[in-house]
Ligand binder design. Structure first.
Ligand code: SAH
Length: 211
C-alpha cells in the first residue's frame, strides 16, 4: 500500500480546514494518510471522524484536529530532525514522516510499537527510526532535534527534552493532569520561551518503567 488520497480522508482534511488548520501541506498529508490503517477492524467505520479513538492498552489515537494543529505548530520552524514521544498507533508519525526529512519516535508499549512500525513500512515511509523506551529521557544519542512533539500529557516538562532541542528548536507538549494546556516552547541559546496554545486532553505521559 502506498500513500494516496482517498475521498474520506479528503473530507476529513476539509473538516480540519474548516476548524482552523491552514497549512496546505499538513492538510495534504491528512488527505494522503489512510487513518483506517491505524485502527482496529471494529473501529474503521469511525476512522475519518474528527475524534480520538481507542487503540488498545488504554491508549488512544489522537483527534485529527489536534494531530494537524500540533504538526502545523512544529512546521512553522521548518525542522529537519524531529522526535515524537508516544508513537501509539503511528498515525501522527505517518503525518510527520511526510513533512520532515528525519523522524525519531519513542513508545513504551512494545505491542503498539511493533504495529506502528509495520504500518509505516506498509505506507513506504522509511525515514523513521523507532525506539522502545521511556520518552521522558528523550533519545540522547540522536539529539539534538529541531523539533520535539510529545503526544501524551506530562505533569512537568521533562528536562531531557529541553536539553535535546537544538538552538532555535521547538517543543510542542501538553502539560498538566485534569486541566491540560498545549505549550509551544522555543529554545534560544540557554533560554526557553513558552507560549500557551490551547486546552487539550491527552492520556498521561508515564514517567518511569516500561510496560
Ligand atoms: N501519537 C499517537 C498517540 C498515542 S497516545 C498516535 O498518533 O496514535 C500516547 C502514547 O504515548 C501511548 O501509546 C503511550 O503508551 C505513550 N507513552 C506514554 N508515556 C510514554 C513514555 N514515557 N515514553 C514513551 N511513550 C509513552
Amino acid at each position: 500500500m502506498m500513500l494516496a488520497a482517498s475521498t474520506c480522508a479528503a473530507n476529513l482534511a476539509k473538516k480540519l480546514a474548516a476548524t482552523g488548520i491552514t497549512d496546505t501541506e499538513v492538510l495534504s498529508a491528512v488527505t494522503n494518510t489512510p487513518r483506517e490503517l491505524f485502527l482496529d477492524g471494529a473501529l474503521t467505520h469511525k476512522a475519518y471522524e474528527n475524534t480520538a479513538l481507542p487503540i488498545g492498552q488504554g491508549q488512544t489515537i489522537s483527534q485529527p484536529y489536534i494531530v494537524a494543529k500540533m504538526t502545523e505548530l512544529l512546521k512553522q520552524s521548518a525542522p529537519k530532525t524531529v522526535l515524537e514521544i508516544g508513537t501509539g498507533s503511528g498515525y501522527q508519525a505517518a503525518i510527520l514522516a511526510q513533512l520532515f526529512p528525519t523522524l525519531c519516535t519513542i513508545e513504551r508499549i512494545k505491542s503498539l510499537q511493533i504495529q506502528a512500525r509495520q504500518r509505516l513500512k506498509r505506507l513506504d515511509l522509511h525515514n523513521v527510526s523507532f525506539k522502545y523506551g521511556d520518552g521522558w529521557k528523550g533519545w540522547s544519542n540522536r539529539a539534538p532535534f529541531d523539533g520535539i512533539m510529545v503526544t501524551a500529557a506530562a505533569e512537568t516538562i521533562p528536562q531531557a527534552l529541553l536539553e535535546q532541542l537544538s538552538d532555535g528548536g521547538v517543543l510542542i507538549i501538553p502539560v498538566g493532569e485534569a486541566n491540560q494546556q498545549l505549550l509551544k516552547i522555543t529554545r534560544q541559546g540557554d533560554k526557553y520561551h513558552s507560549q500557551k496554545v490551547e486546552a487539550v486532553k491527552f492520556v498521561p505521559l508515564v514517567n518511569g518503567d516500561l510496560a
